[in-house]
Ligand binder design. Structure first.
Ligand SMILES: [Ca+2]
Ligand SMILES: [Ca+2]
Length: 167
């Protein structure tokens, strides 16, 4: 190959490598297609499932990535606003219900998060929780506040996990 042609091939090879470089996600805090917010990674699942099937789905999906996600916990007004925006963007402003990880399945009236979060943050609708033993799992209701509801119902949901570089 003539020297000028070799040089041209090398030039275009470098162009191609430079073009591909931004696709390298080795230093991303979140895996491909997970949404990042404040050090955590979020994944909206638009397939409807029961509460426990949704929690299992979050755990299965992340374990394939060597990470650990659960149904989303909501621990601050900022994270709550993020969830509302994310839900409205993907499912629409008027979406009825979306599972979050809060539940009182083990002990009526004692609400816990599936990811083990302990937070004083609470955003139930006025009059909720109202379900006693018939409603043990919590949804974001009407892209607004929370409502306890029957765990066997099927809704979309968000998985959440700490980012790779979260401490
Ligand atoms: Ca209950
Ligand atoms: Ca309720």
């Amino acid at each position: 190959m003539p020297a000028t042609l070799t040089g041209r091939v090398a030039f275009y090879a470098i162009l191609v490598i430079n073009h591909l470089a931004p696709l390298n996600t080795a230093c991303s805090n979140c895996p491909f297609q997970w949404k990042e917010f404040s050090g955590h990674c979020y994944w909206m699942v638009t397939e409807k499932m029961s509460f426990q099937a949704a929690e299992n789905h979050c755990q299965d999906r992340s374990s394939k990535l060597g990470m650990q996600s659960h149904l989303m916990s909501v621990t601050s007004p900022e994270e709550s606003a993020f969830l509302r925006n994310y839900t409205a963007d993907v499912l629409g402003e008027g979406h009825q219900a979306l599972w979050i990880g809060l539940n009182d399945r083990a002990q009526p009236g004692i609400f816990v998060w599936t990811d083990g979060s302990s937070t004083p943050y609470c955003d139930f609708n006025p009059g909720e929780p109202n379900g006693s033993n018939s409603e043990d799992c919590v949804v974001l209701w009407n892209v607004d506040h929370w409502n306890d509801i029957d765990c066997a119902r099927n809704f979309e949901f968000v998985c959440k996990m700490p980012g790779r570089f979260h401490n």
